[in-house]
Design a protein around this ligand. Sequence first.
Ligand SMILES: Cc1ncc(COP(=O)(O)O)c(C=O)c1O
Length: 485
Amino acid sequence: MASNSGRRLNIDNINPHVRAAKYAVRGELAVKSEEYRAALQNGATDLPFKQVISANIGNPQQLDQKPITFIRQVLSILENPALLEKGDVLVNHLGYKPDVLERAKKLLAAVGSVGAYSPSNGAPAIRQSIAEFLERRDGFPANPADIYMSAGASSGVNTLLHIICADEKSGVLVPIPQYPLYTASLSVLNATCVPYYLDEQKNWGTDLATIRAAHEKAKAEGVDVRAIVIINPGNPTGASLPEEDIRAVIEFARQERLVILADEVYQTNVFIGEFISFKRMLRQMQKEQPGTYDNIELASLHSVSKGMIGECGHRGGYFELVGFDPLVQAEIYKFVSIMLCAPVIGQCLVELMVNPPKPGEPSYDLYIQEYNAIFNGLHERATALHKAFEQMEGVECGVPQGSMYLFPTIKLPPKAAKAAAAEGRTPDEFYCLRMLEATGVCVVPGSGFGQKEGTLHFRTTFLAPGTEWVGSIVKFHKEFMDKYR
Ligand SMILES: Cc1ncc(COP(=O)(O)O)c(C=O)c1O
């Protein structure tokens, strides 16, 4: 697009690293899907579909997932504490349980007002509650001073990468396929992404030989590799890493002196296997071999965006640091201070996520019923979508393991690849664009996450309710294959 020369800023003189960054989950297809959505809202009748399904991003409540009652009841009081003056109305007429009021009072005492800034690293009482959760989860203590609240995990990743990357030679090992936050942030920082491929044949597990080879190659090219990102359970793949893989990564990080960034935002979205936190495994290894793993630096991230809560619009999250130099930690504190603090209502949401109603408490029954219904609904949708993929010619997909996505391989006819090239697109992009145009379903081409040379994929969430949209993908696929056969 031509620059408007009258303006001080134009596309050629802004930060080139921002221009270079790619973020496919909100890229061209997503923009086009929003145009379709607006057209449908304005009464367009010339489109071959009646609704747009945004299967490009893990945004549960946009796709009709209902917020969990306990959480929203507490939040409603936090936003409007005057409701507490009418506690009897809340309890007797609006179905609020007494523990909702108690929790709201406790959180209000912790933060003062959700309209006020908190300390830069988050409200102390909330960090204390997170530390208690981590101890219950892992069986090892956590220190609230090592916990930093963030505006979703994204801002935590942004903080950590800013601290880790000193210059363009600073490298970070990033899994491929991956959620593009990492590649895009490294681009913006003008640091070096060191990709390592996950093993599709092993349910997208980590293969240490591949990681080692990627690391060696980068080192030989003069890259100062400083950290390794592990997404567990994975996005886009949903795979939960087994204990031996986690141990192997920790051992590798020790040998190569790498900071571990464990992105654990899908820790409760696990259908197969068991989520094992890096923190638990590290503490376990430290216990088994005293002294050997003392110098490991681990940052693990969590968020309110996923799980069964799916409150991604509230932007709540945190990261926990283990083994960081206190002087580095002081700079992290300073860095987060520059943004003042994470949204305080999001911090309260984190507290509600890590400390939900317990058995016997008044809100528990409804909470657990809603939680389980969301979990089972996600599993059922994932299974139905997987079944549909099994019927589709040239499509292969591992059984759903977790997270919110499926990432099938697609084999497209050479004629489709030719037609894609004629449009200056990759075949997977071409396929996903045609799918959007035909069905209103917006998915993301595998190239947006990285994929092995010669392979094609797409990523779709399994959040959308109903089966009609799945049927429309099956129909589109058949017609596409017939056209380009
Ligand atoms: C693996 C992974 N990490 C981090 C994020 C960012 O989530 P948020 O910033 O909403 O917490 C996402 C979002 O989809 C993700 O999939």
